[in-house]
Design a binder for this molecule. Structure first.
Ligand code: SF4
Length: 321
């Protein structure tokens, strides 16, 4: 396999963004938080220090190459295997992406660094920003997000409010609910209060339907999630996918042959390095038939670079880090 680091992954089918072509601009699990529900793995470097981290030119060259393959994507999403706002060149990267494509740019962030005016300025260059807010007091923040010692929930909320004041694009706020950690009535009331102050365009509720870094993370049941969604107002929707089988969004090509090329294996592996994916996720993200996806999974398993995990009856494949 090609050992050069791959910064571009997917497209990944996303309930929030349709087909999302990912751009990963921080190394594996460099993050300001170590959330119990993280799907990528445990944080290896807990930091709030912004750095260049990756070579901007290399990221852009890889993106240009991927776009030249006439890849279909609804969004180019700055996200990946850590917190992207830790990259001090974020603003420059978004500006350069906008010069090479008309596909809208989204930033998936945990929102913790929006207290910094430079981070707000960088994120404001995107079309859509998708921050998170899982807790509205320090105890719940500690329990769910295991933050860096210099972070706190109140500053996070203040940063989100300031960002709303200066950003006219879309803000879709994700609230990830973990049963027994941030789902009691008092905590939900506090989160509702914070949402009123932040004024996001949408609130999107999620829970642990995929494998998580900590094994005992409990998802909240659908009925309870619906009740909380009703409580959080009209702009609130549920994005957790409780169905175990989603049909591929694009019909598989009929003329595909069962060939194994480095590029195809790399594309599957790059997806699985950032998020656990079901067979259907792989098929719809890469627009390939099930038997072809299974062939690639088999190859990657034989190489010992991926494994699998069961979550509520669905098998997810994920890279071994
Ligand atoms: S879920 Fe996001 S913010 Fe939380 S630890 Fe994982 S990468 Fe960091």
């Amino acid at each position: 396999m090609d050992k050069e680091r791959k910064y571009i992954f997917g497209p990944v089918p996303s309930r929030r963004l349709g087909l999302s072509l990912g751009v990963d601009i921080v190394p594996y699990k460099v993050c300001t938080l170590d959330c119990v529900y993280c799907q990528v793995g445990e944080t290896t470097e807990l930091t709030i220090e912004r750095k260049e981290y990756v070579e901007v030119e290399t990221v852009l060259a890889q993106l240009k190459k991927r776009l030249a393959d006439s890849v279909k994507a609804d969004y180019i999403t700055i996200s990946g295997s850590g917190e992207p706002t830790l990259n001090s060149k974020l603003g420059q990267i978004i500006e350069q992406i906008k010069k090479i494509t008309d596909i809208p740019v989204a930033v998936l962030t945990n929102g913790t660094l929006l207290t910094d005016p430079a981070v707000r300025q960088d994120c404001a260059k995107a079309d859509v920003v998708l921050p998170s807010l899982d807790a509205a007091d320090e105890q719940a923040f500690e329990k769910v997000n295991h933050p860096h010692k210099n972070l706190n929930a109140q500053s996070l909320i203040d940063g989100l409010c300031k960002f709303r004041e200066q950003f006219s694009g879309q803000i879709w706020l994700e609230v990830f609910l973990v049963e027994d950690l941030n789902t009691d009535t008092e905590q939900i009331a506090k989160i509702a209060e914070a949402i009123k102050r932040i004024r996001p365009d949408k609130v999107q509720l999620n829970t642990a339907v995929r494998p998580t870094s900590q094994k005992d993370v409990k998802r909240i049941d659908k009925q309870k999630l619906e009740a909380i969604a009703a409580q959080l107002g009209q702009s609130c929707e549920i994005i957790a996918d409780f169905s175990s089988a989603q049909p591929p969004r694009h019909a598989p090509k009929q003329d595909q042959q069962m060939q194994t090329s480095e590029i195809d294996l790399d594309a599957v592996l790059s997806m699985l390095e950032r998020r656990p994916c079901s067979l259907d996720d792989i098929c719809s993200g890469l627009n390939i038939a099930k038997d072809q996806a299974l062939h690639y999974i088999d190859q990657l398993q034989k190489q010992g670079v991926i494994g699998s995990a069961e979550k509520d009856g669905t098998t997810f494949f994920l890279a071994d880090h």
